[in-house]
Ligand binder design. Structure first.
Ligand code: NDP
Ligand code: KPL
Length: 305
């Protein structure tokens, strides 16, 4: 299989980062964003920039028929996944490969249920420092994509995506176990993102000993339990390693969920405690910390003007 046409949906921090690298590599004949009519018009009027340079993006309206993409990259937030799935429907052909850059493990389930497991490759986006203000994206570190198939074998789809990333000079890795990688990142996000939002703090507030850090570790332990029920083994040392990484971060920085609550945006809580509490109910284990965090985050969202 060879990937010719590449579509993205979601021109946010990650969408602009990858959209720009792919457009620079393959041109806007082969690379485009799928967008509804309102977004396409808005984006065309107010072009995106990436590290100070205007992005030469091409937009195709989601109502267009008879245009399928070989690869679709989903880069919306979880709050936008249902509409994004509707928007890409016309572009999914028999051989289309779909990857989701979203955090957590929930978007993959939505995609598989909507289009069939055979279209899906698993992906973790990590290590980037992309910050988007209005249409302007800045990053120093472009991060890396971890990719894998459902059973971690080298499928034709996986090889085709790897080839295209290689050609575009986009860093990627095919780890031994992509599900472990997805869960490990979910464990970090469930602790760090949610605690920073609930305690209205930054990385500095999580780096020092105290109630916030204690609760963060307990929230992460509940993810370990959920992962075990799902057949993924996360260890104590995975948590220790994340704490080492957390302790190196700029204390003034903050995870995306805290940025969302500060800006009074809906959060991705359903990706994090939403997932863990749901699995707790499914398998019959207690999730007191994530129950508490879920409730608190919904309260924060409800308090916005
Ligand atoms: N930013 C990062 O460094 C990282 C992010 N992630 C994860 O990646 C995902 C994306 O994050 P990020 O790029 O930061 O998110 P952003 O909020 O920056 O971007 C999301 C974009 O999706 C667009 N969008 C929403 N709904 C639709 C729709 N129906 N059709 C088309 N576009 C739509 C929004 O457009 P509009 O503005 O026009 O409404 C917005 O620009 C999240 O799950 C995040 O947790 C993972 C690793 C790192
Ligand atoms: C890894 C981390 C916590 C980086 O801040 C993140 O994924 C996020 O902010 O959503």
């Amino acid at each position: 299989m060879r990937i010719n046409k590449i579509a993205l949906i979601g021109a946010g921090a990650l969408g602009v980062l990858y959209g720009n690298r792919l457009t620079e590599a393959f041109g806007n004949e082969r690379v485009y964003f799928i967008a509804d009519h309102e977004r396409a018009a808005r984006y065309q009027k107010n072009p995106f920039t990436c590290n100070g340079r205007i992005c030469d993006f091409h937009y195709v309206e989601d109502a267009v028929k008879n245009e399928t993409a070989d690869l679709i990259i989903i880069a919306v937030k979880y709050t936008g996944i249902d509409n994004a799935v509707k928007s890409i429907r016309n572009f999914v052909g028999e051989e289309t490969v779909i990857i989701s850059l979203l955090n957590g493990i929930a978007s993959e389930k939505v995609i598989a249920e909507s289009f069939g497991q055979e279209h899906l490759l698993y992906c973790v986006a990590q290590g980037m420092d992309a910050v988007k203000e209005g249409p302007h994206l800045h990053y120093d570190n472009g991060g890396i994509l971890l990719l894998g198939s459902q059973d971690n074998t080298k499928t034709a789809h996986l090889e085709a995506v790897a080839e295209i990333l290689e050609e575009a000079d986009i860093p990627y890795k095919i780890p031994q176990d992509i599900h472990y990688c997805l869960w490990n990142k979910l464990m970090l996000n469930t602790g760090v993102n949610q605690i920073a939002a609930v305690f209205a703090t930054n990385y500095g507030g999580l780096q020092k000993e105290g109630e916030a850090r204690k609760l963060m570790l307990k929230a992460m332990e509940e993810v370990r339990t959920a992962a075990a029920y799902e057949g993924v083994r996360l260890t104590e040392s995975d948590i220790t390693e994340w704490m080492r990484v957390l302790d190196t971060l700029n204390p003034e920085g903050m995870p995306s969920m805290r940025q969302d609550t500060k800006a009074h945006r809906k959060t991705e809580v359903d990706l994090f405690s939403g997932t863990i509490c749901r699995l707790g109910k499914k398998y019959g284990f207690e999730t007191p910390v994530n129950d508490f965090l879920y409730e608190q985050i919904l309260k924060i969202e409800a308090s916005y003007d």
